[in-house]
Design a protein around this ligand. Structure first.
Ligand code: F6R
Length: 244
């Protein structure tokens, strides 16, 4: 595990952007695992800028998103399909056929999960997985208590996540209670993982993560056993760990 301590959100985003571009330019057909949420927005903006400056192309990139809410239509601004198109995909040259996001509207959600997991395997697993961390230590939507052996599955969101994500919705009642999420073992099979952590509100969980042995109570903690994990964390996120 490598920790890159950076000053702020901008530096976190640019450090991640440089690592990702290096990988995309190194590998012939890169497979990226992508996250949504507030954390990677700056990273996507920078990648778009680099694309516009002809410093990177996504023509040969295949992507797999970590998760999607159950029951939100693609044109719902809170769906992760909408987020990814709006913040990233429609502003770069990634072919539509290379984009994979779990379908939270599938009639048979179980089948959707199995097929998603299979597609990742068929792609020979993810080369670089971008991750954020939830206030409760979740990665993807794998809430505390999720088995480290889990694969892509339908998950129930817990109260911390519902409350935290309600900031994007008109009211907390509108936040879906379920999602499809890549499993923890799926995430662990990625060849490289980059965990982005920013802000004072993540200081507590990041400090726990760094100090504790892997436990299913803190899903992200399994990443300590990942063969190639880089954490890029800003001063605010590291403030508790540095002061303990
Ligand atoms: C998003 C995801 C989540 C977020 C986490 C942090 O696809 O899988 O695990 O990374 O909830 O969210 P933000 O970045 O909004 O703090």
């Amino acid at each position: 595990m490598k920790i890159i301590a950076v000053k702020n959100y901008e530096e976190m985003s640019s450090t991640a952007c440089n690592l990702l571009i290096e990988k995309i330019n190194q590998v012939d057909y890169p497979v990226l695992g992508l996250a949504t949420g507030s954390t990677p927005e700056g990273l996507y903006q920078l990648l778009i800028e680099k694309f516009n400056n002809n410093e990177v192309s996504f023509k040969n990139v295949k992507s797999f998103n970590l998760d999607e809410y159950v029951g939100l239509k693609k044109d719902n601004p809170n769906s992760y399909y909408y987020y990814m198109n709006n913040n990233f995909f429609h502003l770069i040259d990634i072919p539509d056929r290379n984009i994979n996001i779990p379908n939270g509207l599938a009639k048979n959600l179980q089948k959707e999960c199995e097929e998603y997991e299979e597609k990742i395997k068929q792609a020979n697993n993810i080369d670089v997985q971008i991750l954020g961390i939830g206030l409760n230590g979740h990665i993807g939507f794998n809430e505390p208590g999720t088995s480290f052996a889990s694969v892509t599955q339908v998950v129930d969101l817990n109260n911390t996540t519902i409350e935290s994500n309600s900031r994007f919705f008109k009211s907390i009642d509108e936040v879906p209670r379920q999602a499809i999420s890549m499993g923890i073992s799926t995430i662990m099979q990625s060849k490289e993982a980059i965990l982005l952590v920013t802000g004072k509100n993540k200081a507590e969980i990041l400090s726990k993560f760094i100090k504790e042995e892997p436990t299913e109570d803190l899903p992200a903690s399994i990443l300590k056993n990942h063969e190639n994990l880089t954490i890029i964390a800003d001063e605010d996120a590291l403030s508790k760990f540095n002061n303990d």
